[in-house]
Design a binder for this molecule. Structure first.
Ligand code: VAL
Length: 385
């Protein structure tokens, strides 16, 4: 027997080791935020992952063997994410889709890296995620390729924009990374970044920042934060009288902000790594299923989580064709799976994707949407590009 996951079992004076086998059905871990404010994003990921589980199992799973998603709630902090990863690894999943936030990925991914368990980040867009380790890849395009699209779109809508205010959550790794990209893009587009304001993702009162923005007389506000804080910031900007365009970053990319900023969400521009209009066959199936259940178009976070599950499934099918999954030792399978993920190319709801050798995503299609509110609670993302 090859050396596999070695579980040291100690019985009195005797100690021996057992190789951990691959479970049937094939278990894939999903560690995203199902509670806390981060669940405003994580809820959509749970839905996307579940739709993928159903779709691929209907197709026969891994060449006849079903998959089973094992969910672990990360909650809203690093400790929760680490705990979720540890539980999934111990329980023997072949790989993990997660966590929701880059802030959590920088804490939890090293645990998977040390255990040699492949991770697909479904939404981690900060710079440096795939570089955490050999077992870490992502299906979420990084801020550097996503965020600039929103600034370019804002300039198309209003070529006279000159003065820009930038705000970001300084306690969140993704927000810090994204604001860097936004500020570089603004300068490259010859815009003047006249004020940079910081806040915390836990803040609810933004009077200080909004007062500074209003005083700076800007034509564009760019926000990098998460859903609850970002939504509140937009609301307070509007209530205190800001009339210009607002760009929201990836952390505001959910209809769950509608209940936070209500009518004041209207007009926010947000870059998208997914469009329901993407023409690939699998996306059309995904959109149809999603609409049937939720009576609206699927959002980016659901599509990316779906894609994470899909990549695991397709890589596992390839391995299984050469050597049945239930004949592998778990450690060996995890290592083989990591290799298979990186060499493949996948037709997903995000379009055709692949990875570079570090695990960074290659994706071609990006979009920008603008929020259109119908009333205080209902609205939609209108795709502009
Ligand atoms: N993309 C962000 C991150 O990497 C959030 C919005 C999920 O943390």
């Amino acid at each position: 027997m090859k050396r596999a996951t070695l579980l040291a079992v100690t019985l009195g004076l005797f100690s021996f080791t057992v190789a951990q086998k691959v479970a049937t059905p094939i278990e894939i871990g999903v560690a995203v935020a199902q509670t806390s404010n981060v669940a405003l994003l994580g809820q959509e990921q749970v839905i996307g992952a579940r739709l993928a589980e159903k779709f691929f199992n209907n197709q026969g799973g891994i060449n006849g063997t079903p998959i089973k998603l094992v969910f672990q709630d990360t909650g809203g902090d690093e400790a929760g994410a680490i705990n979720a990863f540890q539980n999934l690894i111990r329980d023997g999943v072949v790989g993990i889709v997660g966590p929701t936030l880059s802030q959590h990925a920088f804490a939890a991914d090293p645990i998977a890296e040390r255990a040699k368990v492949p991770v697909l980040g479904p939404s981690n867009t900060a710079k440096g995620i795939p570089q955490i380790g050999d077992f870490i890849a992502r299906v979420s395009a990084p801020v550097a390729v996503v965020a600039p699209n929103a600034v370019k779109q804002a300039l198309k809508l209003d070529p006279d924009i000159k003065r820009v205010a930038v705000l970001y959550a300084q306690n969140d790794a993704f927000s810090v990374s994204e604001t860097g990209t936004f500020q570089e893009t603004a300068k490259a587009q010859k815009l003047d970044v006249v004020t940079v304001q910081k806040f915390q993702t836990t803040d609810t009162d933004f009077t200080t920042q909004v007062t500074a923005v209003l005083g700076a007389k800007v034509d564009l506000v760019i926000i990098s934060g998460l859903a609850a804080d970002g939504g509140n910031l937009v609301k307070q900007l509007r209530q205190l009288g800001y009339k210009g365009l607002i760009i929201g970053g990836n952390g505001l990319n959910t209809s769950n902000i509608f209940s936070v900023c209500g009518r004041d969400c209207d007009g926010i521009l947000i870059a998208q790594a997914y469009s329901p209009q993407q023409s690939g066959a699998i996306n059309q199936v995904f959109v149809k299923e999603y609409r049937a259940q939720y009576k609206k178009d699927p959002p980016q976070f659901a599509a990316q989580a779906y894609t994470g599950v899909q990549v695991f499934v397709e890589a596992l099918r390839k391995i299984d064709r050469k050597k049945k999954l239930n004949t592998w030792d778990l450690d060996d399978l995890r290592a083989e799976l990591n290799k298979a993920i990186l060499v493949g190319s996948y037709r997903t709801p995000l379009g055709v994707i692949s990875f570079d050798k570090e695990g960074e995503l290659n994706q071609k299609e990006f979009y920008v949407a603008q929020i259109k509110m119908k009333d205080a609670r209902n609205g939609s993302f209108v795709f502009l590009k």
